[in-house]
Design a protein around this ligand. Structure first.
Ligand code: ADP
Length: 270
């Protein structure tokens, strides 16, 4: 790990890019393998090495309005993963008037959790689609209970890391009052801090009432520890701060983990 960065001095912009993506780790891992294995055709080896890098499999957790949606957008842009939000999947079922939608509407409206078996079924289906298999995934809003977490593990759905966003109850309540959503794209805005672009019609979610938000926050806190206990992968606590600070922290922690693993798996076959 000779290239690990300890200084807090700002880096020139291009170097910052390399460090956010932890490219020094990647290059170090690659060179290390080349040195050890001395393949006859190094370029062909590089090609196999790049293809052997595991696709990201991440879980993001955080109370309602902790900025998960915004972080997910950034992670999709940086890592090319498929964002799977159980809240969005369930809202689509409700909007389309499907039989699942009819069963879950009332739970969602008052901020209660939807029964585990219904959520589990839609997550399994979404994860089996080709884009999620090809590009990796970022699970948002799932698992929310210990039962969901255990089921996930039993099905072999194992994340490489969990990113846990930490935001206080007061902050959540004050943020939610201004939250607005574009129902066409599920993009999240804030009435004052992040207004939608002109022409984008936004709505306030029916479950963004003061009572429902407090209930959702409390349910989240009650379940969070139980859910986290089910994981054996690293769990990183991310302090909110600004969106960009949180995103940089998530990316840097994930990339470091990813390349460190690769560096340590020297003898594994490509
Ligand atoms: P928030 O994080 O603001 O609560 P979400 O969009 O993640 O919003 O979820 C909205 C609602 O969808 C939840 O209040 C709950 O009713 C339902 N829901 C989403 N994910 C799950 C889940 N994993 N298990 C049970 N219910 C869920």
């Amino acid at each position: 790990m000779s290239r690990m960065r300890h200084s807090t001095k700002p880096l020139p912009k291009d170097d910052e890019y390399l460090h956010v993506h932890q490219m020094p780790y990647f290059l170090e891992a690659l060179q290390d393998r080349l040195r050890t294995e001395k393949p006859d055709d190094p370029l062909e080896f590089v090609d196999r090495f790049v293809k052997s890098v595991p696709k990201p499999k991440l879980v993001i957790k955080g109370p309602p309005a902790s900025g998960k949606g915004t972080q997910c957008e950034k992670l999709v842009r940086h890592l090319g993963v498929v964002h799977i939000s159980t809240g969005d999947l369930l809202r689509t079922e409700v909007k389309n008037g499907t039989s699942v939608g009819k069963q879950v509407a009332a739970f969602m409206k008052d901020g209660s959790l939807v029964p585990d078996e219904l959520v589990i079924a839609i997550v399994k289906k979404r994860l089996s689609e080709p884009d999620a298999r090809q590009h990796g995934w970022l699970l948002d809003g799932f698992p929310r209970t210990a039962v969901q977490a255990r089921m996930m593990r039993d099905e072999g759905i194992v994340p490489q890391a969990v990113m846990k966003l930490e935001v206080s109850r007061e902050e959540v309540v004050s943020r939610i009052a201004g939250r607005r959503v574009d129902p066409a794209t599920n993009k999240v805005y804030h009435a004052t801090h992040r207004p939608p672009p002109p022409g984008v019609k936004v709505i306030q979610r029916p479950d963004d009432t003061a009572e429902a938000i407090v209930k959702r926050y409390d349910t989240y806190m009650q379940n969070a520890n139980e859910v986290l206990k089910e994981y054996s992968c690293p769990i990183y606590a991310i302090e909110g701060g600004t969106e960009d600070v949180a995103a940089a922290q998530i990316l840097s922690k994930y990339q470091k983990l990813r390349w460190t693993k690769l560096l340590n798996s020297k003898r594994s076959k490509l």
